[in-house]
Design a protein around this ligand. Structure first.
Ligand SMILES: *Cc1c(COP(=O)(O)O)cnc(C)c1O
Length: 381
């Protein structure tokens, strides 16, 4: 299936809704059946037959088909947030007494799930430096059920060798989950490298307009059916038809947005390289990164998210630098049309150094963004 077919056509049965080019928002909680036989059939397959919107909604279903096709998996589920997707995918595959090996420095709320929430249910988690594949094997025990990966991971974008880790997992009957939000399905397809469950925060590049929070789980039909009839339906963290419609709309421009963002980010990284104000650049496709070869092997391109480490720890100067920046919005999240920055000096109780600044490049011109940074760096003199 080619990309433009998936984005423009797949799942869109326009003859069923007055040949409208843009799909309708089916704002209905429940769906009528013609007769008792049809109702009986609907009640045993709520995932595929419209019965009740917590199970299947036709607008959400268009998105679901597209996301599965983009990730090259048999099926997918759409949830209320990336965190809902991660939690449901993890909870399906563990029970009390099990053990998980999780990459260190995952997304903050994934860390909370792994370090606090699961402990309540007597599920043990070891965190490992994911740059060295051997660490996964070393921490694996007889009760290990799950490897949780996030490649690149959050804030410093370290990679895991996906193929090598899934080979170990398969030999030991361990399920692998990978958070692929950074790359989007266009930049990396973990299922092709043996990952069992790919999760996404759709809030980021897929929505792309900083107006929806949502998530997705992509996996085999068998795994999706298992998650659907357990965590998906019992926890009930679904999105509204209207949010699904916004995400379908966001998808229409995903490819062009990412092309523009990738090109601008390359220009900005080139500008930052060798800057006297910067100690380190954390970006998967930064040519001086020790993981550059691995990045090129498993990712098609890097996106617009990177972190710099400034050459000073002087918090007054760091704040002056950040506060003088005009074109980057000071905000959490990433992946939208607007460029953002998130400095580590705003974190309380954090173990990360105070001189990191994460940037998410949006759709503005690279030249304007560089001009803005150039002026702000003077505050570090
Ligand atoms: C934002 C984010 C999430 C969480 O997604 P929400 O949609 O905010 O729940 C998960 N993983 C990564 C890598 C993220 O950046």
């Amino acid at each position: 299936m080619d990309l433009s077919y998936i984005i423009n056509q797949l799942g869109e049965e326009r003859e069923n809704y007055f040949n409208a080019v843009s799909p309708p928002i089916i704002q209905s909680s429940n769906f009528a059946f013609k007769n008792t036989d049809a109702m009986k059939a609907g009640l045993v397959n709520e995932k595929d037959i419209s019965c009740y919107t917590r199970g299947k909604n036709p607008t959400v279903d268009i998105l679901r088909q597209k996301i599965a096709a983009l990730e090259k998996t048999e099926d997918a589920l759409i949830l209320a947030s990336g965190c809902a997707a991660i939690s449901a995918a993890v909870l399906t595959n563990v029970k009390s007494g099990d053990h998980i090996v999780c990459v260190s420095n995952p997304y903050s709320w994934t860390y909370k799930l792994m370090s606090v929430f699961l402990a309540k249910f007597n599920i043990e988690v070891d965190f490992v430096d994911g740059k060295d594949t051997a660490n996964f094997l070393e921490k694996t025990k007889s009760n290990t059920k799950l490897y949780f990966l996030e490649s690149p991971n959050s804030f410093v974008f370290e990679l895991q060798d996906i193929q090598a880790i899934t080979e170990i997992a398969k030999s030991k009957n361990i399920i692998t989950i990978l958070d692929n939000s950074y790359s989007s399905p266009l930049g990396q397809n973990p299922a092709e490298m043996g990952v069992d469950i790919v999760v996404h925060s759709l809030t980021k590049y897929i929505g792309g307009h900083s107006d929806v929070v949502a998530g997705a789980i992509c996996a085999s039909k068998e795994m999706i059916n298992k998650i659907f009839s357990n965590e998906f339906m019992t926890l009930g963290a679904i999105i509204s038809p209207h949010d699904a419609w916004l995400l379908i709309r966001g998808l229409r421009t995903l490819e062009v947005r990412l092309e523009r963002i990738e090109n601008s980010t390359k220009k900005i990284i080139d500008y930052l390289d060798n800057s006297k104000y910067i100690k380190e650049i954390y970006y998967p496709f930064y040519q001086k990164s020790t993981q550059y070869q691995l990045a090129k092997k498993q990712m098609k391109f890097a996106t617009g998210l990177f972190t710099i480490q400034l050459n000073t720890n002087d918090e007054i100067k760091i704040k002056a630098f950040c506060d003088s920046i005009k074109r980057f919005v000071l905000a959490v999240s990433w992946g939208g049309y607007e460029s953002l920055m998130l400095p580590s000096c705003v974190f309380t109780n954090s173990t990360v150094p105070n001189n990191l600044v994460r940037f998410s490049i949006g759709l503005e011109s690279a030249e304007l963004l560089i001009e803005d940074l150039d002026k702000a760096f003077k505050f570090l003199d």
